[in-house]
Every structure is written in C-alpha cells, then in structure tokens.
Design a protein around this ligand. Structure first.
Ligand code: GTQ
Ligand code: FE2
Length: 358
C-alpha cells in the first residue's frame, strides 16, 4: 500500500469514518500486528535474591497476611511490561513470605500454581485438604481450582517462589476465584502427603484412584528424587553413556505420572544441573520462561547481555531471546518454569539452537 497518498482528503475521510465505526485497517499496522518474528515487550531481567529476601522480611514485619489480600506475595514485575505484576506476558512469579505461626487462608482459583522452595522448611501447604510439607528443593503443585492454604508450624519465617499462569488467565478472561473457610481445617504435619503416598512410586500407578483434571495428581516432587535423577544422568555420562545428557548438562521435566506430560497444563517446570564450567548451547524458543538459581553460580547470556547469577537469583527470558547459560566453577543447579505447554498445545512452539538449522 505504498502507492497511497496519505494527504488525499478522501483517504483521510475514509480513515475518519473507519474510526467512527470502530474499524482499523490492517495495512497501516501490519508490521506491529504481524511482525516477522516475535517482538516481546517483556525484557530479560535479573532479580537478586540478596534484594528479594530482605524486602520480603520487611513486608513480614509491616504487612499482615489474611483474608482479602490472601497472601504475602510480592510479584516480580517485568520492567518491559508497563507496571503490570507480570514476570512475562503469561507467567506470574512472586516471592511469598510466611512468618512464624502464620496462616494464609484457604481459597481456590482457576489459575494454576506451584511453589518452589529455595530454602527453609516448616510450612505445610494444604491442597484439597491434603497437607503437603514444603522443604528445600521441593516443587509443590496447586493446580487450577484446587483449594489451598498455607501454614507455618515453626518459630522461623519461610519464603519461597510462587509461579502461576495469572497473566495468561487474565488475557484469556478465564479467571475465577472463591474464598474457602477462614481457618484451615487440617493442621496436621505429615511427612508425606496422601497424594505422594498414592502416586510417588516410580512408574507405578494405582489401578483404582483415577487422577482428576488436566494436571498431575502428585502434589509434591521431592528434592531427593530430583537430585537423584540429575545425578544419575551425569554419572551415566561419566560412564560413557551420553544418552540423556549433553556436554555436562543434565535436565528433567516434572511430569504427570499418569500421562508423562507436564505436571501443570499451562506451565512447564524443569530442573537443570550444569557441571562446573559447562555451557548450554545458545538457544531461542517461542514462549517465555523464568529461571531461579537453586545452587551454585554462573552467568546467563541473554541476547548480547551477560548477567551474573548466584543462589536464589531469578531471571526472566522473553520469547525468542537467545539464551546461553555458563556455569562457574561451583556448577549450577537451576529451576525453570515456562509457558511451553501452551505453545505446544497451540502449535506455536519453535526452537532454534545456534549452529543447527531449524
Ligand atoms: O499462594 O495461593 O503468588 O493465590 C499469587 C496468588 C500465591 C497462593 C501467589 C496466589 C498464591
Ligand atoms: Fe492461591
């Protein structure tokens, strides 16, 4: 449409009449609406645990937790997303803090959620009346519409990382929310949830006791198992069986034990382990992700930006941004969550690894 005369009065009148009738032509906006490759507003950003944790502690002394606000959760707001409490266009990431003896009341919502524990213990999250212990390295699920509340049984505070699909549910206008009873009914503190006792046996699932919903029936993925799986991958590599591992980089997906698919329908959750000085291939993917350093230190190369990371730091990666991760001499354990299941289900998934053709 480059041949048009934009000062043509008849054309100006056409545009004015379009506006009058709530119409907008494609030809003036094609490049923004349908760019050649994704042009995310979200940016790559790092939050340091050394900043996050003290701020959570300060909230703990100043802000009560209870009905209404529901959670003392502080969202990591991507600087590219105009003040929205969104880590990426689809994902919410927050640090949640629960002081000694505190209770975050029962509620449920259509948004899918998980908690990942960097450090501490003593909180039980009660999911559909099943008390689930939280401790370092554990991934705890709160799938959409499951009732959940948290309580701290100790005299020590605890903080953890929350991940939810709040921005996705928001843009789809799919958000529902319901308050539960003000007090948690079951304040027991079992070592294993009922969900784990039923479902956490490798490759064995109960004949009876069908899983409900498009998510894993397993409420907790324990660090003991995650760690063993990663260690085994690297040991096999040491023994010359390179099958599952690429150049010192072990990784697992937290899976639904029934389907083998993602633990949550909208969020992929993974754990990665890089040997000391290992590097990942520079890769870009459709969809956004959030990483948290669980242990060790290293650097993220995000596009042409290098970002150093240490234990607890959180990094956002926008869609189609090349990422390479380099471990320092300590090696690097990383938790990651992403909107990849959404991209896969919708047929939007694409990946490009540097040096390979698509
Ligand atoms: O723990 O239930 O970070 O409902 C955001 C919304 C945590 C929770 C968040 C929530 C929760
Ligand atoms: Fe919640």
């Amino acid at each position: 449409m480059t041949t048009q005369h934009h000062d043509d009065p008849a054309l100006q009148e056409l545009y004015a009449d379009f506006e009058q009738h709530n119409l907008l032509p494609l030809w003036t906006q094609r490049e923004d609406l349908m760019p050649l490759v994704p042009t995310p507003s979200a940016v790559a950003h790092r939050w340091r645990w050394a900043d996050l944790y003290p701020l959570a502690v300060r909230s703990g002394t100043l802000v009560p937790v209870g009905r209404g606000g529901e959670r003392r959760a502080i969202a990591l707001a991507n600087p590219g997303l105009a003040g929205e409490p969104h880590a990426t266009p689809t994902l919410w990431a927050a640090i949640q803090y629960l002081g000694p003896g505190e209770v975050a009341p029962d509620h449920r919502h259509s948004q899918n959620a998980f908690r990942f524990v960097l450090e501490g213990e003593g909180v039980w999250t009660v999911v559909n009346s099943d008390p689930v212990r939280m401790s370092r390295g554990d991934l705890l699920l709160t799938p959409g519409w499951a009732w959940h509340g948290h309580h701290n049984t100790t005299d020590q505070p605890m903080a953890w990382l929350d991940g939810l699909d709040i921005p996705l549910a928001s843009c789809l206008d799919a958000n529902f929310f319901e308050f539960g009873p003000d007090d948690l009914v079951d304040r027991s503190t079992p070592r294993l949830s009922r969900a784990e006792r039923l479902w956490a046996h490798p490759a064995l699932r109960p004949v009876q006791g069908a899983a409900k919903g498009p998510h894993s029936p397993l409420a907790a993925y324990r660090w003991e198992h995650t760690d063993a799986a990663l260690r085994a991958q690297l040991e096999l590599e040491d023994e010359g069986h390179s099958g599952a591992v690429e150049a010192g980089h072990a990784a697992v997906i937290f899976a639904d034990p029934v389907t083998g698919g993602d633990a949550l329908p909208t969020i992929r959750t993974e754990m990665h382990r890089l040997r000391p000085h290992a590097n990942t291939a520079r890769t870009r993917e459709v969809g956004s992700s959030v990483w948290q350093v669980f242990d060790g230190s290293g650097e993220f190369l995000l596009g042409d930006q290098a970002v150093g990371v240490e234990r607890g730091d959180v990094v956002t990666v926008p869609s189609w941004t090349p990422v390479q991760i380099n471990a320092a001499d300590s090696g690097l354990d990383l938790f990651r969550f992403s909107d990849t299941p959404v991209m896969e289900k919708l047929g939007y998934a694409r990946q490009q690894v540097a040096g390979e053709t698509e």
